[in-house]
Design a protein around this ligand. Structure first.
Ligand code: SER
Length: 317
């Protein structure tokens, strides 16, 4: 990776991945793009920024040529719960962007990173220690588009030699940019509410176990995978990766170690609950561990301590 294009740079992952990549590869070699110009100032001030509708393949191709890009990080996605409100548009956005990134990289002999998700699994997938290779019959449009993107990535690799790679991310917890419209969003919102109001109304029920990961691990995983020796990669699109699995009661207990009066109540959202019930409780990420030495650094306790410290400062401003 020498010259990188990030599409969807202003989202939850992109807003932290861009500075992370700029630190490693040099600011001028990481081009951030998003649909609009009104993004966090850091994206524009610390390196190149371009407005790009990633559904426009010609515009993306022109930028790849302009900056001599060799790697595209495709972070555009309509998440699971939001996707159910407009499945047709979600499919189009999720698929057009991955198709454009792969098709351009076929022409330029580049590499592509596209995140997949726990959402690529469905109700007939084994829910505990979900294997790397298993049943994938998701029931959300988000999940269906993620499985299709995984297959397309492998197809472009096998047929054209495009260096496509990806991760099945769990819910990602972070303190810079909020996620939008995901089923796992509660695990981010709970920290904001704990600090602001000392209580949280949770839209998933107690006992809903889902895989999660703290943003620093998610960023490391993306770069580590893209830097991995291609000869060692058997799975490519995509690897299960996880750091922890918890339910709302467990995260509330972890928060109470720092904010003893914190209270969690429940007002279950049936759409999000049904989605969460169809996803794994915990994934087996041993293929990632074996093929490119993946290890998460943060667990629920260390993540909670860091989230509360960082958000307390942020919310005081
Ligand atoms: N965080 C995503 C969602 O909840 C899962 O990949 O939709």
């Amino acid at each position: 990776m020498k010259k990188i294009l990030v599409i969807g740079a202003a989202g939850q992952i992109g807003s932290e991945l861009v500075p992370f990549l700029r630190n490693i590869y040099g600011a001028q070699y990481v081009v951030a793009t998003d649909l609009h110009d009104n993004v966090m100032p850091e994206l524009k001030e610390t390196g190149p920024f371009e407005v790009l509708d990633a559904m426009d393949g010609k515009a993306m191709y022109d930028l790849v040529k302009k900056y001599n890009i060799d790697t595209i990080f495709n972070l555009v996605a309509v998440l699971s719960a939001k996707g159910e409100a407009n499945p047709q548009l979600s499919w189009k956005i999720n698929m057009d962007c991955v198709f454009n990134a792969l098709e351009i990289s076929r022409q330029t002999r580049g590499a592509v990173f596209t995140p997949s998700s726990i959402g690529a699994f469905g109700p007939t997938t084994p829910p505990d220690h979900t294997p790397q290779d298993t049943v994938m019959r998701p029931t959300t449009i988000y999940g269906i588009s993620k499985v299709a993107a995984e297959l397309l990535g492998d197809y472009y690799y096998l047929k054209y030699g495009v260096d496509a790679r990806g991760l099945r991310y769990p819910g990602i917890i972070s303190n810079v940019t909020l996620p939008g419209g995901g089923t796992t969003d509660y695990a981010v919102e709970i920290y904001y509410e704990a600090i602001k109001n000392k209580n949280f109304m949770c839209n998933l029920s107690p006992g809903t176990y889902l895989d999660m990961m703290y943003m620093p691990d998610a960023l490391n995983a993306a770069v580590q995978l893209m830097e991995a020796d291609p000869g060692t990669l058997i799975h490519r699109n995509c690897f299960n990766v996880t750091a922890m699995s918890f339910d709302p009661e467990m995260i509330a207990t972890a928060i109470r170690k720092h904010i003893p009066e914190f209270r969690i109540d429940y007002d279950v959202d049936p759409i999000k609950q049904a989605i969460a019930n169809s996803w794994p409780n915990s994934m087996d990420d041993s293929a990632a561990r074996k093929e490119w030495f993946w290890r998460a650094k943060y667990d629920l306790q260390t993540m909670t301590a860091d989230m509360i410290e960082k958000l307390t400062v942020k919310l005081q401003k």
